[in-house]
Design a protein around this ligand. Structure first.
Ligand SMILES: Cc1cc2nc3c(=O)[nH]c(=O)nc-3n(C[C@H](O)[C@H](O)[C@H](O)COP(=O)(O)O)c2cc1C
Length: 214
């Protein structure tokens, strides 16, 4: 089934004439099609940050929403990635929807989402995930798995019978893109690449849409 869809998309291709004027709305359309095509973990994307040593550092995270401003993900604010983003608030992201032979990459600035937004998302998470957010000192060295399990037990005891509030060290980041590129695989390696570049005119963002050679 997915393979059929991939061939459909490859045959149809992707052209600037049919691209939405807004890259985040176009991202949402492709995301919905990735879900429909049953791509594995369609929310997952590789997030690259810049380490203190100047070397890029990458890992998967899950997109939890795309609002009018950007793509939002949640994590530990003391983690390595959050330290990188605090020191250098820029990122690159790539979604790989391989079953439909598509990739979308974004580059831009990052900002923390509001405390209210992080609170709302944290409250929607399963209790075990909430406990994990309190218990895990993400990206720190720990001695062994028992140390982690002991941390989980102490958080469980602390909040027994009570709602779990969001820890201050956990919340969302928003990637506000300046460049977004949509890649659609096509036969004979003549792939479609449609790039949006942000251009500020007055207070509103407008987007320059161009085709790139594959
Ligand atoms: C599919 C997938 C999704 C993930 N989603 C998240 C996520 O949404 N937030 C998060 O903090 N870590 C997520 N992780 C774990 C990260 O890849 C990473 O191990 C962790 O955030 C620590 O990264 P850092 O040390 O570079 O900060 C995910 C891993 C995978 C494989």
């Amino acid at each position: 089934m997915s393979l059929d869809r991939r061939i459909d998309y490859e045959t149809h291709g992707f052209d600037a004439a049919e691209a939405d004027a807004d890259p985040l709305r176009q991202w949402r359309l492709w995301f919905d099609q990735a879900v429909e095509a049953e791509c594995v973990e369609p929310n997952a994307f590789v997030l690259s940050t810049i380490g203190d040593d100047g070397i890029p550092d990458s890992r998967n995270v899950l997109a939890r929403g795309a609002d009018g401003q950007g793509i939002v993900f949640f994590t530990n604010y003391t983690s390595a990635k959050s330290q990188h983003l605090t020191a250098r608030p820029v990122a690159s992201a790539v979604f790989s929807w391989l079953a439909v032979h598509r990739q979308v990459k974004l580059r831009g600035q990052v900002e923390r989402v509001s405390a209210a937004e992080s609170d709302a998302y944290f409250a929607s998470r399963p209790r075990n995930s909430q406990i994990g957010a309190w218990a895990s000192p993400q990206s720190r060295v720990i001695a062994n798995r028992s140390e982690l399990e002991a941390l989980v037990s102490s958080v469980e005891a602390r909040f027994e019978g009570a709602d779990i509030p969001r820890p201050e060290h956990w919340g969302g980041w928003r990637i506000v893109p300046e460049v977004v590129e949509f890649w659609q695989g096509r036969p004979s390696r003549l792939h479609d690449r449609i790039r949006y570049r942000r251009s500020e005119t007055g207070s509103a963002a407008t987007w320059i849409v161009e085709r790139l050679a594959p």
